[in-house]
Design a protein around this ligand. Structure first.
Ligand code: NAI
Length: 286
């Protein structure tokens, strides 16, 4: 199935990035968020990024403009005839099982019967979302990486009810979006976060026990381990609230201390220091 129209639910860091990638690759995109202000903010953010990419010569000005024209937004899934007609929908709302379950129930009601229903969840049980949709055979995980316009990996996550046809449709969609894919079963954290989250938590432990400064922890990883980004800057990029939510579901599932959110992470989230998106996390951003 070739996708021409796609719905993206959630216009935050990931949803807006996925919508941008889809529009850039020629798909008509409808982006849905909780209210019109958030929808407008997401679409403005995408247009701004497309423009900057064009100014830096990474994409042509024509491609940026064409992508911007393929974007529309709405604050209501139910009223969206365009999502109802979309061949695929990617959900990228907050990492909260209750919210996501409600959305999959809604998607099962409003989307065309053969639509591919995907979630960008990092750690929540996809099987629960599949069951809520009422059409579990069409539900699959498409776990994009942050930021989606720069990182090409997608982890494709199958549940026990995902059919081969659904997997093939997901692979084709990823090909349309020029993604590199890996396939993985429905397990908390899949491949990348299962490895990354305990690593970031060890870095936070080093910081909270005063072993080294945030700057030096990240510098050691960048220069000594040749990582593109240090673990604390990576945490700030992910969003500390999202990281905490990912940790909570991984800890609940695995019960292992290495997945438990460190105290300092929880305290920063309580203070509203959520990383880059709020201008302050482990580091400050202007
Ligand atoms: P975010 O906090 O930047 O954005 C979440 C968005 O969801 C907000 O715009 C919010 O208004 C919207 N939202 C909440 N409830 C909604 C509803 N009922 N209907 C429509 N929109 C709703 O979060 P972020 O970082 O974009 O994460 C979204 C998903 O992507 C999560 O499942 C997360 O685990 C996953 N993810 C996050 C990555 C990251 O590095 N931040 C990387 C890969 C996946």
């Amino acid at each position: 199935m070739r996708v021409e129209k796609i719905g993206v639910i959630g216009g935050g860091l990931m949803g807006s990035g996925i919508a941008q990638v889809a529009a850039y690759h020629g798909l008509d995109v409808t982006l849905v968020d909780v209210n019109q202000a958030r929808v407008d903010r997401a679409i403005e953010a995408i247009k701004g990024r497309l423009q900057r990419e064009a100014e830096r010569g990474r994409i042509s000005a024509e491609a940026a403009e064409a992508a911007a024209h393929r974007l529309r937004g709405s604050a209501d899934i139910d009223e969206l005839t365009s999502v109802a007609r979309a061949e695929a929908v990617i959900e990228a709302v907050v990492e909260d099982l209750e919210v996501k379950t409600r959305i999959f129930r809604q998607l099962g009601r409003v989307c065309r019967p053969d639509a591919l229903l995907a979630s960008n969840t990092s750690s929540l049980p996809l099987s629960d979302l599949a069951a809520a949709s009422g059409r579990p055979e069409r539900v699959i995980g498409l776990h994009f990486f942050n930021p989606p316009w720069a990182l090409k990996l997608v982890e494709i996550v199958s549940t026990a009810s995902t059919t081969e046809e659904t997997l093939q449709d997901a692979l084709q969609l990823c090909q349309q979006l020029d993604r590199v894919t890996v396939q993985v079963k429905d397990t908390p954290g899949f491949i990348a976060n299962r490895l990354l989250v305990p690593f970031i938590f060890d870095a936070i432990e080093l910081l909270q026990t005063g072993v080294a400064s945030a700057e030096d922890i990240d510098l050691a990883c960048r220069v000594g381990l040749n990582h593109a980004m240090g673990p604390l800057a990576t945490a700030d990029l992910i969003g500390l609230d999202t990281l905490k939510a990912i940790a909570e579901s991984m800890f609940e599932e695995y019960g292992e201390p290495r997945f438990k959110a460190p105290t300092l992470l929880r305290r920063l989230v309580s203070l509203g220091y959520l990383g880059r998106k709020t201008g302050r996390g482990f580091f400050r951003y202007t």
